[in-house]
Design a protein. Structure first.
Length: 311
């Protein structure tokens, strides 16, 4: 089912910020403006976590990207379950866009691509993600008006900076041009992201909420950012324990962390590398007397050239 916003497409924004265009009709007391201003600091902190900075630079290991997708799956499963439960509640109903926004099915496709048909048996909810999930369920069941904060934090980010991350992941991980593995970032039923975000903010501003409730929503949005940062920090710690992966067809380089046996160089030193390993072959070749003689001659020539340059 297509979105109600059918219009010519518009290029994706190459920025991470949620709000890009000023609207003269917006009041400083509108919820969208309160959220924009009230979460600016949290947004900047989240954007500057090590995980996000590395991601933006294309330094994202495939295994870590898979774990991030798992975290998103559990998060959106909880969020969309509670949104479904509150779809008729006036404090949230105007923001219920299941066809346009819901991500659970897209994430399931990504997990199937990465883990195979039995992906459900291969994934588990991490500690940081579980805390996020528990908070979403609490809000949905006891304070449904605060669901606005979690929906805003997630979906507006997905439609803005998320589109940048999509391009980075596709390029860095060499994912198919057909978008397998990054379906999470693909919104087939939104033809114009900018117009949809304007509609979403207008719906938020039209909610019948008093000042105190708006302040609580802003506070909850900041909590949502903190939960996201805790997940980022958790992923960053896991990433530091993973062996370096090959980049652009190069060989992996061990960084002194993780399982030393996973590094071909150290495996060779331990006598465990496979005969076909390029490091094993290179080390074996270097042990040949003739090769050693040639290397020694080359080093002598290089040393002479260096001495001449210095003089």
């Amino acid at each position: 089912m297509p979105s109600a916003l059918e219009s010519p497409g518009q290029g994706e924004e190459d920025v991470l910020h949620y709000e890009e265009i000023e609207d003269d009709a917006v009041s400083p007391m509108d919820l969208s403006e309160l959220l924009k201003e009230g979460t600016k600091e949290s947004h900047d902190r989240a954007e500057n976590t090590q995980f996000v900075k590395d991601f933006l630079k294309g330094r994202i290991k495939k295994e870590l990207f898979k774990l991030a997708t798992v975290a998103l799956y559990f998060t959106y499963s909880a969020l969309e379950e509670e949104m479904d439960h509150n779809k008729d509640n006036p404090v949230f109903a105007p923001l219920y866009f299941p066809v346009e926004l819901h991500r659970r099915e897209a994430l399931a496709k990504d997990l199937k691509y990465f883990y195979g048909e039995d992906w459900k048996e291969k994934i588990q909810c991490s500690e940081a993600t579980q805390q996020y999930v528990d908070r979403i369920h609490h809000v949905g069941q006891h304070e449904p008006e605060l669901l606005v904060a979690h929906a805003y934090t997630r979906y507006m980010g997905d439609l803005s900076g998320g589109q940048v991350l999509k391009k980075v992941a596709q390029r860095a991980l060499k994912l198919p041009s057909t978008e397998e593995g990054i379906q999470f970032y693909v919104f087939d039923n939104i033809s114009n992201a900018q117009q949809f975000k304007q509609l979403y903010r207008a719906r938020m501003n039209a909610l019948d909420l008093d000042k105190n409730t708006k302040e609580r929503i802003v506070e909850e949005a900041n909590k949502a950012f903190r939960f996201n940062m805790q997940v980022f920090d958790e992923l960053d710690k896991i990433g530091r324990s993973l062996a370096e992966e090959a980049q652009d067809g190069g060989f992996p380089v061990h960084d002194g962390k993780g399982d030393i046996r996973k590094c071909p160089y150290y495996a060779d030193k331990l006598g465990t590398a496979s005969p076909g390993c390029p490091f094993h072959a290179a080390m074996g070749l270097a042990r040949q007397p003739l090769v050693q003689l040639v290397l020694a001659a080359c080093m002598a020539v290089a040393a002479g050239a260096a001495a001449w340059y210095i003089l």
